[in-house]
Write a protein that binds this ligand. Sequence first.
Ligand code: NAP
Length: 247
Amino acid sequence: MLSKRVALVTGASRGIGRAIAIALAEDGLFVIVNFTANEAAAAETLEACKDKGGEGALLRFDVADAEQVEKAIKQIATEHGRLDVLVNNAGIAINGLLMRTKKEDWARTLDVDLSGAFHCAKAAARYLLKAEHGRVVNISSVVGEQGNAGQVSYAAAKAGLIGMTKALARELASRAVTVNCVTPGFIETDMTDEHLPKEAREGLLKQIPLGRIGRPEDVAEAVRFLVSSRASYITGQVVRVNGGLLM
Ligand code: NAP
């Protein structure tokens, strides 16, 4: 069994997940870098973790596929003997106004963004309960709190994640496992690059009191804290990292 705490960060090949993986590795956790398609990017994340003096491993699986998740988490337990921290970060956004949203796109968004976290939490629970201070952090979104035109499926999935966080926090509290949710505002990643046209970006900046789009590291700092022993009395909470966009 590894002496270090082991953390699984889903969707850690790019963006926010990558920044979280690096922060946790820097704090001395052994980080499992999950990805689904982009192996080269995942390998870069792992290299960046090592540059910070950390350790970790790559693990490809699709969070939406319950069987793959189950197998992957068993593999972590077999190879490393423990799983202390789960960060449900993997997510997609398939945008479009309601009347143009295909039911396949609705289903895929819910499958990845909401069921993905459920599959991972379910498979990880038995190991988290054995951990000294198990931690789950779910990456939701400001869109799950306040909605957004053109993101009906994404908003539904991200709001669902908030409910799931609170239910799970209550279920796991007796064994000192904390479950929290982070709701980022607009963060500079491939996701916002793809979905945010220049004019929308400028309009958005005007609504952010701190006057800038967030960086993946802004979100990673909140996760770093929630995962630490310093946050042992915080559970079932929604931690906003949004530059003041929503208060
Ligand atoms: P991103 O840059 O698009 O990266 C998405 C990550 O998720 C990639 O590592 C991708 O892996 C992985 N992924 C996608 N589908 C997956 C699946 N089925 N199974 C496993 N991994 C999968 O996204 P991001 O902006 O960093 O967002 C990360 C999380 O923060 C998401 O949950 C997102 O909804 C949330 N969020 C983002 C923002 C924002 O402004 N960016 C705001 C609020 C919330 P591959 O590289 O292999 O494709």
